[in-house]
Design a protein around this ligand. Structure first.
Ligand code: HEC
Length: 153
């Protein structure tokens, strides 16, 4: 092993994170919701349950491997959405924020496992857990008008 390139590589490796950090792009919480969490959750929710139309009842569970894969992917984004929300500088420095973010990540993990197992009932349940995580965090962190009929749980 030649020492000079090794040393250069070590110096580069040490300098890289410090040099790249100020440039690192980061979304706001609102953008994470709009572009990451919400579309992924919508995709996940559309993969379970049924919808009733004039033409009858349409089951929404995937029927092809590709569609199941897409559901796994959507749940993975929900999971990572929770991880992103926990990142330093994301949301208020508050243990409850961390807890709700973790709740979202856990729900995404459940969703991934259910979709990988192609288990329609578990996907439906995981969808409920995902919804609960959204609702719990919004209930605490999205302000409502004082005269709102909606009450804090
Ligand atoms: C850890 C907290 C947290 C979790 C979990 C969470 N949200 Fe949010 N969400 C927020 C906050 C805070 C806002 C308000 C952001 C703002 O307006 O600056 C928001 C706003 C939104 C918005 C409005 C975005 C916009 O363009 O104004 C949507 C849509 C949304 N969330 C969807 C979801 C869905 C769907 C889930 C669950 C899959 C979810 N959120 C989970 C905290 C959370």
């Amino acid at each position: 092993m030649r020492p000079a390139p090794l040393l250069a590589a070590l110096v580069l490796a040490a300098a890289w994170p410090a040099a790249s950090q100020p440039m690192a792009p980061m979304l706001t919480v609102k953008e994470v919701m709009k572009h990451v969490v919400n579309p992924a959750a919508e995709t996940f929710w559309k993969g379970s349950g049924s919808v009733t139309t004039e033409d009858g009842v349409e089951e929404r569970a995937p029927t092809t491997d590709a569609a199941w894969d897409a559901l796994v992917n959507a749940a993975a984004v929900v999971l990572e959405g929770g991880v992103i929300l926990k990142a330093p500088g994301q949301g208020p420095p508050d243990p409850e924020w961390q807890r709700f973010s973790q709740q979202l990540a856990d729900a995404g993990a459940l969703g991934m496992a259910a979709a990988r197992a192609k288990d329609e009932d578990k996907v439906f349940e995981a969808g409920g857990e995902v919804y609960n995580a959204c609702y719990a965090c919004h209930a605490k962190y999205i302000p409502r008008p004082a005269n709102s009929l909606w009450k804090q749980p």
